[in-house]
Design a protein around this ligand. Sequence first.
Ligand code: MYR
Length: 185
Amino acid sequence: MPAVAPRSGDAIFASAERVNAELFTLTYGAIVRQLITDLEEVDEVNKQLDQMGYNIGVRLIDEFLAKSNVSRCVDFKETAEVIAKVGFKMFLGVTATVTNWDAEGTTCSLVLEDNPLVDFVELPDTCQGLHYCNVLNGVVRGALEMVSMKTEVTWIRDMLRGDDAYELQVKLLKQIPEEYPYKDD
Ligand code: MYR
């Protein structure tokens, strides 16, 4: 019997997936670190991360719609559930809980108990104003804009700032009606 048993295909894929996730987390950390060095001001870093996320979100929506097979959501409540349960799972490997709805059904929170972006991260005192995960705001905002929803996305709780969870508030500002490309005569 060999001293080291060969690993099954599943075990190899699981470990490759873990390495990919760690590489992604470390690469994101390196990007944030470089932005802090280049921009010096944490507010500027927050803005830049949000913009980067937006640019990712406007592209990622195509992949999301193609892979997820989700159909048009009937309302913003369904959209929020789709983001939390399908979108986050697909791109971040975790799901979020949708909560804190306002009376109009246009503002809610996505709460993450687990956030792979922050594995290995500890913020120094000089970075206290940093929203380390601000890329996620932009991704959600950009992706939703591509399906005709203008939103404002804001961090309400952030464990790197001492809170007990990550809470992202998503506010629907405007639903842009989709234009039918042909005129009825
Ligand atoms: C529709 O009504 O057209 C469906 C809308 C679904 C929008 C889902 C957006 C997914 C955003 C993924 C965010 C991932 C963050 C890591």
